[in-house]
Design a protein around this ligand. Structure first.
Ligand code: DX5
Ligand code: ZN
Length: 226
């Protein structure tokens, strides 16, 4: 799945931005509070309005402190998936349950330097794991390939049947980096500048999807080999 990030769109024309990526699978919405990350973006009222303005499922990525307090509100506002950060949550299991009770998928995210191992046992409570491939806060940064080890780890647990969730990657995904992410086992690819910075967003999505498919086919062959 391709999830264009509206962080790289024109904030004065978000409905038009959503229309321009109608061929995508999810619309990624970066919520930043200027505390968890050094940037400030949008919050609940904008998510409510976006939900009315588009048929695309909203993938809300909360880069905020105290997600335990706020996450379920994004599900109530119409998000299809609500992801919060492991580094910020006091009680991630209770927060995941509150998101699911409000009718959305629940996601857990880790920054590039945060290991995944301590969270593997609680990922059974989640529908999505979001591996950050840049430091959260800004679009247009370079992909950090080291995080693919975490993707491979999550994929091995999914393959073994221990986990059932979407593996999502966010940061620096372009036509040049998406294949290696797909080959490592990613299901959902967030792309901000590669989509909204392109001359034609629809063409950029098609190109990303075809390159992701090529990487996924290699991943499937690797998984099948003895
Ligand atoms: C960064 C955000 C990303 C950002 C990705 O903190 O979480 O979703 O929009 O932008 P690109 O694809 O340009 O790296
Ligand atoms: Zn994001």
């Amino acid at each position: 799945m391709i999830a264009p990030s509206i962080l790289s769109a024109d904030f004065a024309n978000l409905a038009a931005a959503a229309d321009s990526v109608a061929g995508a699978d999810w619309l990624h919405v970066d919520v930043m509070d200027n505390h968890f990350v050094p940037n400030l973006t949008i919050g609940l009222p904008v998510v409510r309005s976006l939900h009315r303005a588009t048929d695309l499922p909203l993938d809300c990525h909360l880069m905020i402190e105290n997600p335990d307090r706020w996450a379920a509100g994004y599900a109530e506002a119409g998000a299809a998936n609500v992801t919060f950060h492991a580094e910020a949550a006091a009680d991630p299991i209770a927060t995941a349950r509150s998101i699911r009770s409000a009718g959305a998928l629940a996601g857990l995210s880790v920054k590039p330097g945060t290991p995944l191992e301590p969270y593997l046992s609680i990922l059974t409570e989640f529908d999505t794991v979001l591996i950050m491939s840049v430091e959260p806060g800004f679009g247009g940064q370079s992909f950090i390939p080291d995080v693919l080890a975490k993707v491979r780890l999550a994929r091995s647990h999914v393959r073994a049947g221990h986990l059932r969730l979407f593996i999502e990657i966010d940061g620096g995904i372009t036509a040049d980096t998406i294949e290696q992410a797909a080959e490592a086992g990613v299901d959902v690819f967030v792309a901000g500048s590669a989509v909204f910075g392109a001359d034609n967003a629809a063409t950029a999505i098609r190109e990303l999807r075809s390159r992701a498919r090529a990487g996924m086919a290699r991943e499937a062959r690797l998984a099948d080999s003895p």
